[in-house]
Design a protein around this ligand. Structure first.
Ligand code: ADP
Ligand code: MG
Length: 707
């Protein structure tokens, strides 16, 4: 069959067939430029339409030439009155053009672009130019401006407007990409279908897609541009939120364990409070209540527990594990470091042993015999509680009847490990993830958006807020002596050595150096201990235990103590070369103190030479609030760098920015929840395009199961 449509179309009016048309077929691009566009992630016309400008230049107001000032970007318009070219050393050609309006004149210069000279010499008339104005020998000059001739009839292409500026890759001039986008808008925009339905657009007060794509590239006003961006940001978030919420709802449907908590003789809260030396705070009780409610339900629990350092997450974990055990199941607690696993083991063993609940420790460095014993006790069910590191999810470890898995200090663990732990259960065990450091709400909603959230928003009573000081290196002597008197009064102190390298060996060296300096020079009268990653587990444990028992006054350590270590009598934290640590890492380290009712101190020693480092140290001095610190961290480092979220893969948005667009994320999340209420699996025909986008977004496929 002959395709008449094509035969009768002239080149100018040919009908584009698809948004998936390869970019090389677009007018003005071709096979030579196409690979360069590919480097920007632009492979198809659709990619180009969604390649949003990096910024804009407002060229609507053209000032009189006389009024432009050096140091500003400006657009000028004037009659071309002179063109000259000069050759400087090594054959460099400089083209100079002078343009003038009634108010004055200005020079435009270009280097090594002789064709510009050629073109200008043949031209008579007005020129428009845009660029940075500089002071020159005679008045002002714009070097390497963007420019256009103003033809008699044609409107100037890129002037008198808000002009988009795109991210470029080498070899693509800004002009080329602008033309390509304009061409794509002219020819292909009618093919764009809006996946969002009219009711959604109306409810969220969003502009239609075609309008938004046009305005994001060729804005008529700042207001329209902002509205267009809002619409596109919403979409970026919306599809991801739909995927996460669908995952969450789907797991609520799956078959899990319904723990018969109501049938217990003694309610869990009552029993755990009888074991612990304190009453739970209101926040702890509330969060525990949320966990227990999930445990009772016959569907799997997937819950994220967030609480600042020292808010008492361990007690909640203990209570949940007790609940599982009392219902006849086993519980596992997975920690990111051996030190932390050992510490949890010591505490929980002490707590549960008197009540006939057996706890085992599973870490990598156990002797073969001990490991075999631990594995055996987990597999037969002799041990009701297993505590460990990654060793827990390794081959060869199985459980008799695993009902609950708790992952402590999540930021070191990935989604895969969560899944591996889940597979250790016969049925799907309940999973609780506890984060060490608060993470910004925006990240919670993205990276952990498939989990139900509990927040411990209260610290145990009687805590004094930690006093944080930032001191210069030359004040070290004075700091050391004031600490001496505090230790003499019975306080204990941590000294964290500078982080000098990723290598454990060099890190150990740094710790040993500091240990030597403190034990033999600064504090010969005190008992000083040393802790680093290269010690044997038994040595680490012995050192921690000695510090815990106050047989040591000072503990010199590498960052191995960063997470979870809990010695309430230690009230002083000294961090050497504090600028070398990340913000949340510093907050974690500081969180080792302030765990009793005594006044605690944190001293950051650093000359803080660069601005970013100063920002971190100042933030730390300014607040003890982990949530605020997390927000600052997000601003300073950007979402991709926040620990543990780099690999998650669903943070690549086309338009949205997690730092700027937190509000819209919230809106999109609610919109997703609302939409799924009426159509949980996006099965309605009017939502087919939405489902398509959800599945098309990178990182979503792993989350959503479609039938
Ligand atoms: P994190 O949330 O950082 O893991 P921990 O669970 O280590 O905090 O608890 C911090 C300290 O507070 C521990 O010494 C713990 O015994 C104590 N603690 C926890 N809950 C309470 C409470 N309700 N009342 C008093 N002390 C508590
Ligand atoms: Mg903890």
């Amino acid at each position: 069959m002959v395709n008449l449509g094509n035969t009768f179309m002239s080149a100018q009016t040919f009908a584009p067939r698809s948004l998936e048309t390869e970019i090389q077929f677009l007018k003005g691009i071709g096979p030579r430029l196409a690979p360069l566009f590919g480097k920007l992630g632009v492979k198809t016309v659709a990619d180009l339409l969604f390649h949003v400008p990096r910024r804009y230049e407002d060229r609507r107001n053209i000032p009189p030439i006389r009024s432009v000032r050096p140091g500003q970007h400006a657009t000028v318009r004037g009659e071309l009155i002179e063109v000259s070219s000069a050759t400087k050393g090594r054959g460099m050609v400089i083209i100079k053009a002078t343009i003038a309006d009634e108010s004055g004149q200005i020079n435009l210069t270009w280097f090594n672009q002789p064709w510009i000279g050629k073109k200008l010499r043949e031209y008579k008339g007005e020129i428009l130019a845009y660029g940075m104005v500089k002071e020159a020998h005679y008045g002002c000059e714009i070097s390497s401006p963007e420019w256009e001739t103003v033809g008699e009839e044609e409107e100037a292409e890129e002037f008198g407007k808000i002009v988009p500026v795109y991210a470029l890759s080498e070899g693509i001039p800004q002009k080329t990409i602008r033309r390509a986008v304009r061409f794509a808008l002219d020819q292909y925009l009618p093919l764009v279908r809006d996946p969002l339905t009219p009711p959604i657009l109306k409810a969220q007060m969003l502009r239609p897609l075609r309008w938004s794509i046009t305005q994001i590239h060729r804005p008529e006003s700042d207001e329209f541009r902002a509205q267009a961006r809002q619409r596109l940001v919403f979409e970026d978030f919306f599809y991801m939120q739909l995927a996460l919420q669908m995952r969450r709802l789907q797991s609520h449907q799956e078959e899990g364990i319904g723990f018969p908590l109501a049938a217990l003789d003694v309610p869990v809260l009552q029993e755990i409070e009888g074991m612990l030396p304190f009453d739970m705070t209101g926040a702890q009780k509330r969060v525990l209540g949320e966990i227990l409610r999930d445990m009772e339900s016959p569907h799997p629990m997937n819950r994220l527990v967030q609480g600042d350092v020292g808010s008492g997450k361990t007690a909640i974990a203990a209570a949940a594990m007790l609940a599982a055990v009392r219902c006849g199941y086993q519980a596992a607690l997975m920690a990111p470091t051996e030190i932390l696993a050992e510490q949890h083991y010591i505490n929980l063993h002490r707590l549960f042993d008197p009540h006939g609940i057996k706890t085992v420790l599973m870490v990598g460095k156990l002797s073969t015999k001990d490991k075999r014993k631990a594995i055996d006790e987990a597999a037969t069910g002799t041990a009701q509680i297993a505590i460990g590191t990654h060793a827990l999810i390794q081959q060869g470890v199985s459980f008799h009847r695993l009902g609950l898995a708790i992952v402590d200090e999540q930021h070191r663990f990935g989604v895969m490990q969560r899944a591996a732990l889940r597979q250790k259960g016969l049925t799907t065990p309940d999973v609780v993830v506890m984060t060490a450091t608060p993470i910004p709400r925006t990240l919670t909603m993205t990276v952990f958006g498939d989990l139900d959230l509990s927040v411990i928003d209260e610290l145990p009573p009687g805590r004094k807020s930690i006093k944080t000081h930032w001191k210069q290196a030359n004040e070290r002597g004075a700091i050391y002596s004031s600490i001496r008197s505090l230790i003499a009064e019975g306080q204990q102190a941590y000294f964290v050595c500078p982080m000098i390298s990723e290598s454990e060996k060099m890190q150990t060296q740094a710790a040993e150096d500091l240990f030597y300096r403190l034990s033999s020079i600064q504090y010969p009268g005190f008992r000083v201990g040393l802790l680093h990653g290269q010690m044997k587990p038994t040595e680490k444990e012995a050192t921690m235990e000695a510090f815990r028992r106050h047989e040591l006054d000072i503990l010199v350590s590498t960052v191995v103590i960063e997470v979870g270590v809990d010695v309430p009598n230690a009230g002083i934290m000294v961090i050497e070369d504090a600028h070398r640590f990340g913000l949340t890492q510093l907050h974690q380290l500081r969180g080792r103190v302030g765990r009793s009712s005594q006044q605690s101190f944190c001293v950051l020693i650093s000359d803080g030479r660069n601005e970013e480092a100063r920002g971190r140290l100042e933030a730390l001095v300014a607040t003890n609030d982990g949530f605020r610190i997390a927000e600052t961290d997000l601003r300073l480092r950007g979402p991709g760098e926040i620990a543990g979220t780099k690999q998650s893969g669903n943070l690549d948005f086309k338009v949205a920015d997690l730092v700027q667009d937190g509000k819209m994320l919230e809106v999109a999340r609610q919109a997703a929840i609302d939409l799924l209420k009426s159509d949980p699996n996006l099965e309605l025909p009017e939502h087919a395009a939405i489902l398509d986008r959800v599945l098309g977004q990178k990182g979503n496929r792993a989350l959503v199961t479609v039938s």
